[in-house]
Design a protein around this ligand. Structure first.
Ligand code: 13P
Length: 259
């Protein structure tokens, strides 16, 4: 049963946090995560200036850390950019790439997202590749076409071995920060579609973790995580409150073999 599969819950803090409040949040999450079963993995993707803080407070805990974006370049005269290699200096695990907020507000193309995924993989990071449709696209019946094209663009640039190292997050744009999560059925349907798309690339990557993101809260997490093809969550707003984030992690634990 796939609901027995291990789960992965990752917080995306977005552009939130200051040193003092981060310390309290990171320490509480590290402590709470220590009580989770081994088949629930937990991570937080913090604003880049706080990477060193995340490393110092999470090192030795069950919680992994990472960033919300990386440069498409390896190094050079690219003012303001942060390379994937720099991120690895802080023992980070994850780099979110292609979040819809970056696609929308920073005009990131599908091709750019694919290149960023390559840079993250080359550096040894685990890219969390985000895909998702807008409300207009969903209402036009284009959800599968949109998320399929977003995923394909990334897969086209990767070998099967590289593709096996990514995580994919399905984040419907209309569900992000709106309090209006996709229903478990809606999310599962898209996850099943994405699973098929991955399997078409190679049997080795059919098991790539597929996270759902978009208004995941303590009260809807377990139902989402019980779906056959949902391997965990990418959590925005609720990852800023230790109790909510840990409650979501516990909901994940309730759906695994050990839970
Ligand atoms: P919310 O959980 O705040 O809806 O954000 C989801 C998200 O964008 C995570 O990357």
């Amino acid at each position: 049963m796939s609901t027995q599969r291990a789960k992965l819950v990752v917080g995306n803090w977005k552009m939130h946090g200051r040193l003092a409040e981060n310390a309290a949040l990171l320490q509480a999450v590290a402590k709470g995560a220590g009580e989770l079963p081994a088949d629930v993995r937990v991570g937080v993707c913090v604003p880049t200036p706080y990477l060193a803080q995340a490393q110092s407070l999470l090192d030795g805990s069950r919680v992994m850390w990472g960033v919300q974006d990386v440069s498409a370049f390896t190094q050079g005269a690219y003012t303001g950019e942060v390379s994937a290699q720099m991120v690895t200096d802080f023992a980070a695990t994850f780099a979110i790439v292609g979040h819809s907020e970056r696609r929308a507000y920073h005009r990131e193309s599908a091709d750019l997202v694919a290149v960023k995924t390559q840079r993250a993989l080359e550096a040894g990071l685990t890219p969390i590749v985000c895909v998702g449709e807008t409300l207009d696209e969903r209402e036009a019946g284009a959800t599968e076409q949109v998320v399929g094209a977003q995923l394909d663009e990334v897969l086209a640039k990767l070998s099967v071995q590289e593709a096996a190292r990514i995580v994919v997050a399905y984040e419907p744009v209309w569900a992000i920060g709106t309090g209006k999560s996709a229903t478990a059925g809606q999310a599962q349907a898209v996850h099943a579609f994405l699973r098929g798309r991955l399997a078409a690339k190679g049997a080795e990557i059919a098991g790539v973790p597929l996270l759902y993101g978009g208004s995941v809260k303590p009260d809807n997490a377990e139902e989402l995580f019980r779906q056959q093809d949902i391997d965990g969550g990418l959590i925005g707003g609720a990852s800023l409150k230790d109790q909510d984030f840990l409650a979501i992690c516990k909901a994940a634990a309730a759906t695994t073999a050990a839970g």
